[in-house]
Design a protein around this ligand. Structure first.
Ligand code: TRP
Length: 487
């Protein structure tokens, strides 16, 4: 039986739930500050318009036309267009990407859950910088604790997905998303009174063109060429594009899956605008909730997981009502993560049901268990194990003794490798293929029908975007990321 969303409202909540996640609340505020505030936001919005919106329209249209999991949708649409069934690869790579992303997403979400309790217990009160660092490293270096939280998060994800679209997914997002918005608005209002609001506005919105256009080293100093001129870099542009993909959950069939449950009469164009606007709004509000506290406490809006797990707890520990606000913040982050997690496994679950005759509960438990297992790789990474450690251990086990591993790649841990492989390779490639398929392979009638835009120029605009603009831009990012071209 084909599921359909109960209403367009629940579809919007589910799609926004997928889009709004750790990416918005943790990553966006930081990269915005890092790459020049207002200029970065401008570049990001351009990417959302030129890549995000056209590809989201394509995913929703493909999904609704195929009405199945991404693998079967793609195969069917390929057949319909007289193309090779190998286009099903979009669905396959999407399932792999979804499971891999969820494997680390769940571990980080587990840390977020742990932090809800820590914040609630008041351990951050009056802590020093070293104190909060110690609390975080105690968690990150304790594999059993990480495992327990990861297991709990996966169990909650399985529970939400196993009950089906109407009984599970919808019920979960109908509760989570409004709660998330209320908490977020409350946190922004709280941040306005913290004393750091103006500095935060300045940090986020004042265009700093130098930070956007010129290269810096790890210490934040500008690199100079022989004539003492700053060196131009494309990296912030690339970061903006990559983030546009990740934050809108594009490139792996999650949105296609949600589109397949969409009623025939809903306007895909309007839905896309609502989803994209809400996702961007949440990202901006998250920055306005976080940075004022950081500045009010004279802290550094630094990089990495440190912002959420070290800097913010320090701020919570040293402000009025910090126990309450801190707990709310981590609960918010947990809600955002859970509604994204659901969308990461739904394509695989749906495929198992359709093509392998699984019952939904079996499909969910199997997929969840595999993801849980892959998550162990991230847990070991958190505790400091790099690829070098693993390889050296294997080599010495098979009797090759101490081989020196020189390649710089081995200094990364499995978490970083999985993150790079999914976010920087599978998603852009998936998005590129989706754009090419929708723009070049599918018949014009099929897509035109699916959108039923009132104004004909909107369709033409989409078609130009999806045929030329988005694929070329994505190809540039992708080639740049894998290092085949360097700007
Ligand atoms: N969009 C989510 C975030 O910003 C993460 C996410 C959920 C995702 N589903 C996805 C990313 C599918 C890529 C593909 O955190």
């Amino acid at each position: 039986m084909q599921h359909v969303w109960s209403s367009r409202y629940t579809f919007i909540l589910a799609a926004v739930g997928s889009a709004v996640g750790l990416g918005n609340i943790w990553k966006f505020p930081y990269i915005t500050g890092e790459y020049g505030g207002g200029v970065f936001i401008f570049a990001y919005i351009i990417c959302i318009c030129l890549i995000g919106i056209p590809i989201m329209l394509a995913e929703l249209a493909l999904g609704r036309r195929g009405r199945q999991s991404p693998v079967n949708t793609m195969q069917q649409l390929a057949q319909e267009a007289g193309a090779h069934p190998a286009w099903g690869i979009i669905g396959w790579s999407g399932m792999v990407a979804g499971c891999l992303i969820l494997s680390y997403y769940s571990v980080v979400a587990g840390e977020v859950m742990a932090y809800s309790f820590r914040a609630g217990s008041g351990v951050f009160n009056q802590q020093s910088v070293d104190g909060v660092k110690g609390i975080f490293s105690a968690l990150a270096s304790d594999p059993e604790k990480l495992l327990a939280w990861h297991t709990l998060f996966m169990a909650l994800t399985i529970l939400s997905v196993a009950k089906g679209v109407k009984g599970g997914l919808e019920k979960t997002v109908v509760f989570l998303m409004p709660a998330l918005f209320i908490i977020l608005i409350f946190l922004v209002i709280n941040a306005m009174g913290s004393g750091g609001f103006e500095k935060a506005l300045h940090f986020m919105f004042t265009p700093d063109t130098d930070k956007f256009f010129y290269a810096r080293n790890e210490l934040g100093q500008y690199l100079m060429d022989a004539d003492a001129n700053k060196i131009f870099t494309w990296k912030p542009m690339m970061v903006a594009m990559g983030h546009a993909f990740f934050t809108l959950s594009l490139g792996m069939g999650a949105i296609m899956m949600y589109g397949s449950y969409l009623n025939r009469y809903v306007s895909i164009g309007k839905m896309t605008l609502v989803i994209v606007s809400l996702d961007t709004l949440v990202a901006l509000l998250a920055g306005l909730a976080i940075f004022p506290l950081v500045f009010a406490n004279g802290l550094n809006p630094a990089a990495g997981p440190g912002l959420i797990f070290e800097t913010l707890p320090l701020a919570f520990g040293n402000m009025q009502g910090g126990v309450f606000i801190g707990t709310l913040f981590f609960v918010l982050l947990f809600f955002a993560a859970l509604s994204s997690a659901i969308s990461l496994i739904e394509p695989t679950v749906a495929w198992l049901i359709e093509s392998r005759n699984f019952r939904r509960i079996e499909a969910t438990v199997w997929t969840g268990t595999i993801v849980w297992f892959i998550g162990l790789a991230t847990i070991f990474s958190m505790t400091g194990t790099t690829l070098r450690d693993i390889l050296q251990n294997i080599f010495s086990f098979i009797g090759l003794g101490d081989i020196e591993l020189k390649h710089s790649f081995v200094k990364y841990n499995l978490f970083q490798i999985i993150d790079f492989f999914t976010a920087s390779i599978l998603l852009p490639v998936g998005g590129l293929l989706i754009a090419v398929f929708a723009g070049w392979i599918m018949q014009q009638d099929s897509t035109e029908n699916e959108f039923s835009f009132r104004k004909p120029y909107l369709y033409t605009l989409w078609r130009v975007m999806v045929r030329y603009v988005s694929p070329i831009l994505v190809a540039i990012v992708f080639l740049n990321i894998v290092g085949l071209v360097r700007f």
